[in-house]
Write a protein that binds this ligand. Structure first.
Ligand SMILES: [Zn+2]
Length: 252
């Protein structure tokens, strides 16, 4: 077991949230009991995840998508009340790390997605603040069509959205997990064959076609499971606590 204060200190040192201009508070979002011996990790602090955490008798929940986003209503009513009520009633700490958990060189979502897909990461770019947009080389010379199948196999079992040419041979890739579709033009500037992210917008199609890049959206949730899961396993090793990653399926 570990004191929550110590756990937070460790996470803040590891993930350096002060280096990011984020859309939500990073770190402790809801205070619970002072000692953590059981931890649940998950992508989003939805009600379903909290209910699973209660079943697991978790002292803390660690997520990538927490609460209190910039621009959201500040009142505690409805869905937000219900989520907070469950956490507070059960004395569960809610810890959330957003951008710091996308970008971390080892436990970040981008790093974990690269490991899952066996991408050879351009380390220099990643380290000098590639930040949210990483690049590298694919493990094989795929056609874009085969790469779509590879993504389906490695991720949620769902076919990704692909805008491009099935027959094209591809070898270089840039990626940003989650809702990274706004980075498609930055990816084009890197001169890569492929841009992979979680989601697409209407205009993404036109950018992909007109800039001639193979675009894949493989799911916001599916591409962001790796970071928090890896981080939870790491914390379990460091502090000898029970940690369990709980996947609440999400097709988006
Ligand atoms: Zn996300």
């Amino acid at each position: 077991m570990v004191e929550c204060v110590e756990l937070l200190g460790y996470l803040n040192q590891l993930l350096k949230p002060a280096d990011f201009n984020d859309y939500c508070p990073n770190g402790l979002q809801v205070e619970g009991c002072p000692i953590v011996s059981r931890l649940v990790t998950g992508v989003t602090a939805s009600q379903a995840l909290i209910e699973k955490a209660i079943e697991f008798e978790a002292d803390a929940v660690l997520v990538h998508h927490g609460y209190f986003w910039k621009g959201e209503s500040t009142v505690v009513t409805g869905m937000k009340r219900q989520r907070l009520r469950l956490l507070l009633q059960h004395d569960i700490n809610l810890l959330a790390y957003h951008l710091p958990l996308d970008a971390h060189p080892l436990y970040g979502n981008n790093a974990q997605l690269a490991a899952l897909l066996n991408i050879c990461v351009d380390k220099e770019r990643a380290e000098k603040g590639g930040g949210l947009l990483w690049s590298g080389i694919l493990p094989d010379a795929f056609t874009a069509g085969d790469f779509a199948k590879y993504l389906q196999e490695k991720l949620a079992g769902r076919p990704p959205l692909h805008i491009g040419d099935q027959q094209r041979t591809i070898s270089t890739i840039a990626w940003c997990t989650g809702g990274g579709q706004g980075l498609i033009e930055a990816a084009c500037e890197l001169g890569v064959d492929v841009f992979l992210t979680g989601e697409a917008s209407e205009q993404t199609t036109h950018v992909a076609r007109e800039r001639g890049i193979e675009f894949f959206a493989a799911g916001h949730h599916a591409t962001e499971r790796g970071g928090v899961k890896a981080l939870g396993e790491h914390l379990a090793d460091v502090y000898n606590i029970d940690s369990q990653f709980i996947d609440i399926d999400n097709p988006v």
